[in-house]
Design a binder for this molecule. Structure first.
Ligand code: GRG
Length: 293
């Protein structure tokens, strides 16, 4: 398998899906729909939707069946980025190499574009899988749990609270498991559900997502401390400046890199327990630990 070209192929499928499943930019009110498309189509690695497609593929899901679920999770992820960048949160000017939504439009439009992307994610699941109500229910429930107050939003709240003090390693783990790993885990589970994976395989996917999510976040901390803004597409060094506790602050750079390697090895091992050809997923794990953005 040629990993870079397979990744490009899957990411291109995602790009087409985003265009297909989002309301056209001239939908009334056009400013809102333009803002939704602006943030969604500003680039991004498309990690979560590619994980949905690749996992569904593993279980030989019908071609194209996983695309609405892949688009839904990217809509939800993008909403979280838009809101995270707002002045009341991280107050950032740069995201995905472009001005953040509130810089490009205005704060109220950015807030509403985030709200609309969040809502659209669930509408898309409900509509696209309406003919398979059991699957639709499972997908909606999975994404809602991962994005809710106990996981993504809870992780973000804990992150904001931790800015005021030094977080303990346990607090940092809570933040990362929920702010980062929850959506990566959900991507794998959505793909598994579309592919009809059984309960044991879903449990293995959750374990892989947990490990991959931690590896991904640790590398995010390493890159925040070491890479430049042009490479990252967002403002680097913000965590350190804000006095935030990160893996790098707690463990140092070398130990953080080792920790990321250990979690990615655990993710690879979990993927190898699954049926089918896991070469792409294993290579994707490897690429995330050596990534530069
Ligand atoms: C506002 C509810 C709410 C949540 C915000 C996404 C997020 C939570 C915060 C952004 C800051 C951050 C470091 C989050 C951890 C997850 C993460 C590394 C997100 C960035 O994901 P990438 O690197 O982004 O996959 P692209 O742009 O490539 O999609």
């Amino acid at each position: 398998m040629d990993f870079p070209s397979e990744l490009r192929r899957q990411a291109a499928v995602v790009e087409r899906g985003l265009d297909q499943y989002l309301p056209p930019a001239d939908t009334r009110p056009a400013r809102l729909h333009e803002a939704m498309r602006y943030s969604l189509q500003a680039g991004g690695k498309r990690l979560r939707p590619v994980l949905v497609l690749a996992t569904a593929d593993l279980f030989a899901a019908q071609l194209g069946a996983a695309l609405p679920a892949a688009v839904a999770i990217e809509c939800l992820h993008t909403y979280s980025l838009i809101h995270d960048d707002l002045p009341c949160m991280d107050n950032d000017d740069l995201r995905r190499g472009q001005p953040t939504a509130h810089r490009q439009f205005d704060e109220a439009t950015a807030l509403l574009a985030g709200d609309a992307l969040l809502t659209h994610a669930f509408a898309l699941l409900a509509e696209s899988y309406a003919a398979q109500p059991v699957l639709a229910h499972a997908l909606i429930r999975e994404l809602a749990d991962a994005a809710g107050s106990r996981r993504l939003i809870g992780g973000q709240m804990a992150d904001l609270l931790a800015e005021k003090k030094d977080a303990t390693p346990a607090e940092l783990e809570f933040i990362h498991l929920n702010k980062t790993a929850a959506m990566i885990e959900a991507a794998l589970v959505l793909g598994g559900l579309v592919g009809g994976a059984d309960a044991a395989a879903i449990a293995t996917l959750r374990r892989a997502g947990h490990e991959l999510g931690l590896a991904f976040q640790i590398m995010d901390d390493v890159l925040d401390a070491t890479a430049d803004g042009a490479t990252l597409g967002k403002t680097p060094g913000k965590d350190a400046k804000a006095g935030k506790t990160t893996f790098v602050k707690l463990h140092g750079l070398a130990a953080s890199r080792q920790l990321a390697q250990a979690h990615s090895a655990a993710a690879r091992a979990a993927f190898r327990e699954l049926p089918g050809d896991t070469a792409f997923l294993v290579a994707l794990v490897d690429s995330l630990v050596i990534r530069s953005s």
